[in-house]
Design a protein around this ligand. Structure first.
Ligand code: ZN
Length: 381
């Protein structure tokens, strides 16, 4: 994890890197923050910085062998302990972090801001709950007794430490009391009050900083390539929940907004020539892109419908806002179902090699009809 992989946290980043630079990193740290915050990414950044062979100006070098390993969460001296449980393929008496380590790396790679719920879904235990410590046993003791492979230090990151059972808590406690050399425990939690008081009293506490909307927006723009306007909207809606904002930014339906807007505009004007050209253009996209258009359009229709129905303003700016404002009233109970069926049907035909130009032109003609049903219904209100 690099410095700029995390939004905000200017002071905390400085504190962490200074402790490493001055060789004053405590052997037991508690990093805590809000739900959906950045305490895990901060623990990962601190670890990468500690392990990096050539750290510079408060950041990792990003190119040394240690950085390559921490970046992929495969550094042999960095150990994770995370909440797990039995699954269809892993028995209860075998369920420990090691059994899930590949999943854990994959989940972190796809989104280091992941929530506990994401993790449970990722490993298929969303119906139960995860625990820390039930079966960590032998492997954990082994890791504790090993000398650091690469010499520098050994780090244990305990994620959602509030899910720790008392037996494991006591085991950890012993190590916090009598730390072995060059070993650091980073305890990460969103609920420090749920931890054993004895653990709290033996760790040095670091709280993540509040992230401003501007800092979060800048991060989303830079990291996920969303437009400035969209980044501002996402940050505003997220209210400091980085996890939610990054998830939405990744789930990007923006590229299709312009295409969808154009389609709806032509339908509204009953511009058959325009719709013919639009269908030709849409059919030139590959099948995957056409599928993405459908799923983006379904989301936009849903948003329009809900905007009119519950009358909740969704914060938006610029073109996006004016489109929704103008168009949302035409999507209502009289036609929302037909519109959605129409799009799903189009996706179905595209999938089955039906001539795509015809599929889209035919769908357009139907959409013109549905649009005007909706317009009439809106006028009656
Ligand atoms: Zn490095």
């Amino acid at each position: 994890m690099r410095r700029n992989d995390i939004p905000g946290q200017h002071e905390l980043k400085k504190v962490f890197t200074r402790m490493v630079d001055q060789e004053k990193l405590p052997h037991a740290l508690l990093v805590h923050g809000v739900e959906g915050g950045v305490s895990l990414p901060m623990a990962l950044f601190l670890t990468s910085y500690l392990m990096c062979d050539f750290p510079k100006d408060g950041d990792v070098c990003g190119s040394c062998p240690s950085c390559a390993k921490t970046e992929h969460f495969t550094h042999p001296d960095v150990h994770f302990v995370v909440p797990v449980n039995s699954t269809k393929t892993i028995r209860k008496d075998q369920a420990n972090t090691d059994r899930f380590i590949e999943d854990w790396r994959e989940a972190l790679t796809s989104n280091p801001f992941l929530s506990l719920r994401d993790w449970y879904e990722f490993i298929g235990i969303e119906r139960s709950q995860g625990f820390i410590g039930d079966r960590e046993g032998k492997e954990f003791r082994q890791k504790l007794s090993l000398r650091p492979y690469e010499g520098k230090a050994k780090v244990f990151i305990i994620w959602h430490a509030d899910r720790m059972n008392p037996t494991f808590g006591n085991k950890i406690l012993k190590n916090l009391e009598e730390p072995s050399e060059r070993t650091h425990f980073i305890v990460v939690t969103e609920q420090p009050s749920q931890l054993l008081t004895t653990i709290l009293s033996r760790t040095q506490r670091f709280q993540e900083e509040h992230i401003s909307d501007d800092a979060l927006a800048e991060f989303l723009e830079h990291k996920y390539g969303v437009t400035h306007e969209r980044a501002m909207n996402l940050a505003f809606r997220a209210e400091g929940n980085v996890h939610a904002a990054t998830k939405e930014a990744q789930d990007n339906d923006d590229p299709w907004l312009a295409e969808f807007r154009e389609w709806m505009r032509l339908c509204y004007k009953k511009d058959l020539v325009g719709l013919f050209q639009w269908s030709e253009r849409m059919a030139k996209n590959n099948r995957d892109a056409q599928r993405q258009f459908v799923s983006g359009a379904l989301k936009m229709l849903d948003r329009c419908f809900r905007m009119g129905w519950i009358e909740t303003p969704i914060p938006m700016e610029g073109e996006e806002a004016s489109f929704y404002k103008g168009f949302a009233p035409f999507i209502n109970a009289s036609n929302v179902r037909q519109f959605m069926d129409l799009l799903e049907e189009a996706a179905f035909h595209v999938e089955r090699n039906v001539n795509e130009k015809l599929v889209w032109y035919d769908s357009s003609i139907k959409a013109v009809r549905f649009m005007h049903t909706g317009k009439k219904a809106a006028e009656r209100v």
